[in-house]
Write a protein that binds this ligand. Structure first.
Ligand SMILES: [Zn+2]
Length: 169
């Protein structure tokens, strides 16, 4: 899928996002289309949009690119797309891989999104002790994640399923 370049309100390039996310930013009035793919449209029942190549945010956001984005529970859920690191279902809580009671830190590399059930089941144990392997390792958030966090665009669920699949020539 084509990636879309995102400019800050000041026209400074910020990041690239997936076409899906670019369209969501435009549809939620967070960004406007600066340049579209010539001849391409996205069509659905009530929508006909140019396919954005470059979008520009409507308001200026400060994105911590050079330094690490500050850790937050909300940030972990955004980074992990609200998917549980243990079972892949919808996550609403944040789990410490190494529990806080064992010295585990509030950090990007020690926290993952988790469903409430798995968080409760794992309790004060490491994944090895609990026999609950991580489906993926925690990581520092990408610039695109940091930008979406700064925009408050933290939950893309509940959007029409055709978004990102509806590109026609
Ligand atoms: Zn789970």
């Amino acid at each position: 899928m084509r990636d879309t370049l995102v400019l800050n309100a000041s026209f400074e390039p910020l990041s690239t996002v997936t076409l899906h996310r670019a369209v969501v930013l435009v549809l939620t009035d967070k960004a406007v289309v600066e340049r579209a793919h010539p001849g391409l449209r996205m069509r659905a029942a009530t929508l006909d949009l140019p396919v954005p190549q470059v979008i520009r945010l409507c308001r200026y956001v400060r994105v911590p690119f050079r330094r690490q984005a500050p850790w937050s529970r909300r940030g972990v859920l955004v980074r992990d797309r609200h998917r549980c690191a243990y079972c892949g279902r919808r996550a609403t809580t944040v789990d410490h891989v190494v529990p806080k009671s064992r010295g585990g830190a509030d950090s990007w590399l020690n926290t993952v999104a988790s469903c409430a059930e798995d968080n409760h089941r794992k309790a004060d144990r490491t994944p090895e002790q609990a026999g609950m392997p991580l489906l993926r390792q925690p990581f520092e958030p990408t610039p695109a994640d940091a930008m979406l966090l700064a925009l408050g665009q933290d939950d893309l669920l509940g959007l029409p399923a055709w978004l990102g699949h509806g590109v026609v020539a």
